[in-house]
Ligand binder design. Structure first.
Ligand SMILES: C[S@@+](CC[C@H](N)C(=O)[O-])C[C@H]1O[C@@H](n2cnc3c(N)ncnc32)[C@H](O)[C@@H]1O
Length: 328
């Protein structure tokens, strides 16, 4: 089976074509029907989505539809991943034969993608800032809007000659890795409540040659005894979970660890706790991401704890985060 034919079928499948139509297409393009039967039996993440939405969502709110925006791009990325070829190479080797083994792996991945599994989890790769990171389903897929938080952190670090900072909820390590690669002498204490996330962050820091500038601490926010004993912290950065528990999400987002997404009934509970704990530790600067509708509650929480906030918006113009300075 040749690359170009396989791609044609894959693109058609990733478009909104139902299984019956797809089988017909496969039949017409002379594929063995047995090859795609795995599509039906494949264990898919949809169930966990239904579970979440059933338990959290009011009956009249429907989860947003998931559909693949760029079927050609994604079909090529997945085939390139399996064959270890770039997208350009797929086209320059369009007549190359794909083995049955690789074809089966490809079909399996396409089926998982069609059912909502994020591309980044299938390829174990994500890009953030100017970095390529290893990603698995134990960590949030870093979002481009979080690059704004990195920009603000770099400004504060440079303006105040900060050499050490703490990140709460390091996940894949995206934020800390971007800050470390764009500053020369900074070091980070990277924390997360999830051991598995810390393992991913550690692996990424090793791959990027940044490990000697990082400490990894398993901690619920700032409560670890290690952090309590630690010398003063000047800067804290965090993109904590801030989505309200009952907020309807599509199946793609719900594949991400729920501990990385949901911040409580209102969504802002974890951020509020973090602000109080940061004040107790006299942390001078806080730079945090937040929900688009949390500006008011964050303003109140920050002022009550003695912080003066400045808010920033994301690329779509929504309130997305704050930089706060301790006033007294
Ligand atoms: C939204 S993700 C952010 C991951 C990464 N920093 C990024 O921006 O891509 C939030 C992270 O916070 C962690 N987390 C959730 N609750 C926490 C808590 N109470 N204390 C520390 N980390 C927590 C999650 O495990 C997850 O890795």
């Amino acid at each position: 089976m040749e690359i170009d034919l396989l791609l044609r079928v894959a693109i058609a499948f990733l478009k909104d074509m139902n299984l019956e139509e797809f089988k017909k297409l496969v039949y017409e393009t002379q594929f063995l029907l047995a090859d795609i039967n795995s599509f039906e039996s494949e264990k898919l993440p949809k169930d966990s989505v239904k579970e979440h939405n059933k338990s959290h969502q009011p009956l009249d709110i429907k989860e947003p539809e998931f559909h693949i925006v760029s079927p050609r791009y994604e079909a090529e990325i997945l085939l390139g991943y399996i064959l270890n070829m770039t997208r350009v190479e797929l086209h320059t080797h369009a007549k190359k034969e794909v083995t049955d083994f690789d074809k089966q792996r490809y079909f399996k991945m396409l089926a998982m993608r069609k059912n909502g599994m994020p591309l980044e989890y299938l390829t174990n790769r994500a890009t953030f800032y100017d970095l390529e990171l290893y990603i698995n389903d134990k960590v949030l897929i870093p979002r481009h809007e979080t690059e704004l938080l990195v920009e603000h952190a770099l400004e504060i670090i440079k303006a105040h000659n900060i050499t050490h900072f703490v990140e709460v909820g390091v996940g894949s390590g995206a934020i800390s890795a971007a800050i470390l690669t764009h500053t020369e002498e900074t070091c980070v204490v990277a924390t997360d409540i999830s051991k598995e996330a810390l393992n991913v962050a550690r692996y990424n820091m090793q791959q990027l040659g940044l490990e000697s500038r990082c400490e990894f601490v398993e901690s619920d926010l700032l409560l670890s005894p290690y952090l309590i004993m630690r010398k003063p912290i000047t800067l804290l950065v965090s993109n904590p979970p801030y989505i309200a528990n009952n907020y309807p999400l599509n199946q793609e987002v719900l594949c991400e660890p729920h501990i990385a997404l949901f911040g409580g009934e209102n969504g802002d509970e974890i951020l509020k706790k973090l602000i109080v704990q940061a004040r107790e530790k006299q942390i001078q600067f806080l730079i945090c991401e937040m929900g688009y509708d949390q500006k008011e509650s964050m303003q109140e929480a920050l002022l009550n704890s003695g912080y003066k906030p400045t808010f920033y918006k994301d690329y779509a113009g929504f309130d997305r985060g704050f930089i706060a300075k301790l006033m007294f």
